[in-house]
Write a protein that binds this ligand. Structure first.
Ligand SMILES: Cc1cc2nc3c(=O)[nH]c(=O)nc-3n(C[C@H](O)[C@H](O)[C@H](O)COP(=O)(O)OP(=O)(O)OC[C@H]3O[C@@H](n4cnc5c(N)ncnc54)[C@H](O)[C@@H]3O)c2cc1C
Length: 456
């Protein structure tokens, strides 16, 4: 890359849009997947408009420079990590909520809007944007769409992709496409919106999104059930989901996860419990019956304690504790985070298998998860600086994905492939499936400049 080419980019964009200061660029080099490789970027670009993104992509095409789109870099699979000689393209400054429309029940937003800010804005109009990854106070709508993020409410309402009606996307060559629509229904042409959702910045740069909203639900009632062993908690989750009750949240923490959260911050969780289910119902007056039914079921299956949160503060504290698992595990050690999902009937086999993998590889595995969706997050933890333990942990991490595939599941329920799970993708998609996906990638990005080395 010649200095002239970089000067050309600097001249084409506002002064503060291109950053070459090494410390700032270094700070943007990687996401939160601690163990994924990250290359040395050329510069960081922070556009404020779609036109500026187009300028960047036209320049990158002309000079054959790789571009790595970034939101808040909370990703857990290395998807936003730099590759050598790339431009880091941060969409964080494109953070306008353009409109919240109560009539069509949609929001139109730029990609850098933080998830929780959109939720709060929707609520002001009596509306609800359900997808709520635990990173919701940090992660951006662009990143959520690019990873098809899940979250705690998804058990009842669905994941990010279920709420994306249309997108504005800058393609690799700088052209703009608009996919989907604002209306509820519409079937004109191939469903490119769904193709772009979850594409992890490899097919185009999302510069605007039209998102479905719902009427805001009633305030949820929260309940916690504690168990002195894991199997009855798993069984309770399975039975709750196959009963008539549809919780608006159903989360799981195992004993080591509870202990890690308590060690990180005293959240008043029971230190002796080996498993915890956190449940909510948001059906207004019916929530009391829902919660009672779920509580009875837990007790029948051996819960040692079942308690309903007494007020909103206690309820928020319990949810905050659940959302704390990632920083809590980071305090314990380095970790590889799996993100597997299996059919509900195989949940117990998955947890048994994970326990076996931990013993066989002599590693600690903590296993929180969105259990209502049977999407578990086994964290394979090891001491930073212990190379032998790191190698055993890496093997255990792979063995968990292998197990999920054998159980009829997937290697990633919501965090994406990035670089972390790329070696296992062919096993899930099949050789022909992977080849077809590589052709799709080549159609969108013939020069291979958009987030190369990620996903396919
Ligand atoms: C504490 C914590 C809790 C988490 N909890 C959850 C959870 O409950 N559910 C869940 O699904 N995930 C969770 N995650 C993972 C992460 O927050 C999500 O993957 C999130 O969607 C990433 O958003 P981001 O803005 O940080 O994107 P980044 O990490 O910056 O980017 C993620 C991917 O999207 C691409 N990308 C970003 N913006 C754009 C754009 N505008 N156009 C095209 N591509 C783009 C990037 O290239 C990259 O491949 C959690 C992470 C943390 C640290």
């Amino acid at each position: 890359m010649s200095g002239d080419a970089l000067h050309e980019l600097l001249a084409a964009l506002p002064e503060d849009a291109v950053v070459v200061d090494p410390a700032t660029v270094e700070n943007h080099r990687r996401d939160r997947a601690e163990l994924c490789p990250a290359g040395s970027p050329l510069a960081l670009v922070r556009p404020r408009t779609t036109e500026q993104v187009q300028t960047v992509m036209r320049w990158a095409t002309r000079h054959r420079v790789s571009v790595v789109p970034q939101g808040a870099r909370t990703g857990l699979s290395g998807g936003a990590n730099a590759v050598d000689g790339c431009l880091l393209l941060s969409l964080a400054r494109m953070d306008a909520i353009i409109e919240v429309d109560p009539l069509d029940q949609v929001a139109v937003v730029q990609p850098g809007v933080v998830n929780a800010d959109l939720s709060r804005a929707a609520l002001e109009s009596g509306l609800f944007y359900p997808p709520d990854p635990s990173s919701w106070e940090e992660s951006t709508i662009g990143g959520n769409i690019a990873t098809n993020a899940g979250g705690l409410c998804c058990v009842k309402y669905g994941v990010t992709g279920d709420f994306v009606r249309g997108l504005e996307v800058v393609l690799a060559d700088g052209e703009v496409i608009r996919t989907g629509r604002r209306t509820v229904k519409g079937v004109a042409g191939y469903e490119l919106t769904k193709l772009l959702v979850g594409s992890e910045g490899t097919l185009g740069v999302i510069t605007q999104a039209t998102l479905s909203l719902r009427p805001a639900p009633e305030e949820a009632l929260t309940m916690v059930a504690l168990f002195d062993a894991v199997p009855p908690a798993l069984e309770a989750s399975v039975q709750i989901m196959s009963s008539g009750v549809r919780p608006s949240l159903l989360e799981f923490l195992d004993g080591p996860s509870i202990a890690a959260i308590q060690a990180y911050r005293d959240m008043g969780l029971s230190e002796s419990a080996q498993a915890m289910l956190l449940m909510q119902s948001d059906r207004g007056p019916l929530a009391v019956d829902d919660v009672a039914a779920m509580g009875e079921l837990c007790e029948r299956l051996g819960a040692v304690e079942v308690a309903v949160a007494s007020d909103r503060e206690e309820s928020e504290l319990l949810l905050a504790a659940r959302r704390m698992i990632n920083p809590a595990v980071e305090k314990v050690g380095a970790s590889f985070v799996d993100d597997v999902a299996v059919p509900r009937a195989r949940l117990i086999d998955l947890l048994d298998g994970i326990a076996r993998i931990a013993a066989d590889h002599d590693v600690q595995i903590m296993c929180p998860g969105h259990i209502g969706d049977v999407n578990m997050h086994p964290h394979v933890v090891f001491d930073r600086g212990d190379d032998a333990a790191a190698a055993r942990a890496a093997d255990a991490f792979g063995a968990i994905m292998q197990l999920a595939l054998e159980l009829g599941g997937t290697i990633t329920g919501e965090h994406g492939v990035g670089t972390l799970k790329r070696p296992w993708l062919e096993q899930e998609l099949g050789t022909v499936g992977l080849r077809l996906q590589q052709r799709v990638k080549a159609t969108f990005d013939p020069l291979g400049i958009l987030n190369p080395g990620k996903v396919v």
